[in-house]
Design a protein around this ligand. Structure first.
Ligand code: UFG
Length: 347
């Protein structure tokens, strides 16, 4: 019988791609999602894409009793924990909501999972835990010093997980995956990034401009210490990211790590500026996108690029898709989402 894997936030952007990658690798995902940032149609599209009936439960991760009951009914050997609030600005305005949902929810979830027998825990962390650091690329042993409540929650959950799995009677092992900038969509164009609220990130904002839902794109600053003055990031295709989760889980389940807790960067190591991302979209669309130069966005750093070598060494994983594929797949997904009327309600 296939190993069951609990996936919290399994209807979200990264979660839905993880569900597909898990099915492809022969696992049986058990989805938990409270629909706070996912459309009802995601499940149906996931079932179409995977050709399977999927188990999905509407449980908030803070509901420990609900999780306990679920894990008794559906014993899971692994956990991919992605459910979280993720808007940096909102976290500054509503810190307690973030600590309650992200940190409180993770404590309740980890506790329920370990009490049910434990297993392999893969946690969705973020490069934001490194904070505002001046370095060409970021390595896992650099200091963790987040600069906003959202980043703090990710750093705290890493610590909670590390302490929990290091405890003498722990039954679980843990791995935190520090994402750089996820982008793109599944190449079937059946699932992709589909934020219920107004997006804050570069890719979905460019897509909104390209489809005419937003008048123009504002480039947040051209006076950074980068080759063309605009912000530089390490964009990683969401399918590469999802496959890394499955690799991580497989390595953990086979006892492949010496340490009970490990943190790994997930990036490509290739830097792209805001201007380069816009140029890649313009090449894909064969037209110019309306754009204007604006002020720096508060809290943004000049450069955030991964040293991806540890993930390569420890998971045997590397990102295979480049910027062109991210742009192409994001654009195809936008075409499909519009065709199905998914985004009509937002206009
Ligand atoms: N940008 C623009 N215009 C926009 C949106 C973004 O110029 O309309 C620029 C940003 O200034 C930045 C780059 O595009 O230089 C990427 O911005 P994103 O918002 O797409 O991504 P961030 O790197 O700011 O955010 C990511 C994750 C967050 C995480 C953060 C840590 O999305 O979850 O990294 O820095 F907290």
């Amino acid at each position: 019988m296939a190993n069951k894997i609990l996936v919290t936030g399994g209807l979200g952007y990264i979660g839905s791609h993880c569900v597909v990658a898990l099915c492809e690798a022969g696992y049986e995902p058990v989805i938990v999602d409270n629909h706070s940032n996912a459309r009802a149609s995601v499940l149906e599209r996931l079932e179409r894409l995977t050709g399977r009936e999927l188990s999905c439960f509407d449980i908030d991760i803070r509901n420990r009793a609900g999780l306990e009951t679920l894990l008794q009914r559906e014993p899971c050997q692994g956990l991919i924990h992605l459910a979280a609030f993720k808007a940096v600005g909102e976290s500054v305005a509503q810190p307690l909501r973030y600590y309650d949902n992200n940190v409180g929810g993770s404590v309740s979830l980890f506790d329920a999972f370990d009490a049910a027998g434990g297993g392999a825990i893969v946690f969705s962390s973020s490069a934001t835990v490194y904070g505002d650091v001046e370095a060409k690329s970021l390595h896992e042993n650099m200091p963790v010093q987040p600069t906003n409540p959202y980043g703090q929650t990710k750093a705290m959950i890493e610590q909670v997980l590390a302490d929990m799995v290091r405890a003498r009677d722990a039954r679980s092992r843990g791995l935190a995956l520090r994402y750089f900038n996820p982008a793109g969509a599944h190449d079937s164009a059946i699932i992709g990034e589909d934020p219920k609220d107004a997006p804050n990130n570069l890719f979905p904002i460019i897509v909104q401009v390209a489809v005419g839902q937003r008048e123009r794109l504002t480039i947040f600053g051209e006076d950074y210490d980068t080759p063309d003055g605009t912000g530089v990031r390490d964009y990683i295709h969401v399918v590469d990211l999802a496959q890394a989760h499955v690799k991580a889980l497989t390595v953990l389940l086979s006892g492949g790590f010496d340490a009970p807790f490990t943190a790994l960067n997930l990036g490509t190591g290739t830097p792209y500026s805001v201007r380069e991302v816009i140029a890649a979209f313009e090449a894909e669309l064969s037209r110019k996108l309306p754009q204007t130069m604006g002020e720096r966005r508060p809290g943004d750093v000049a450069t955030l690029v991964a040293d991806p070598s540890a993930a390569m060494a420890q998971l045997g994983w590397r990102a295979e898709r480049g910027l062109e594929a991210m742009v192409r797949d994001a654009w195809r997904w936008a075409g499909a989402a519009r065709q199905w009327g998914l985004w009509d309600e937002d206009t």
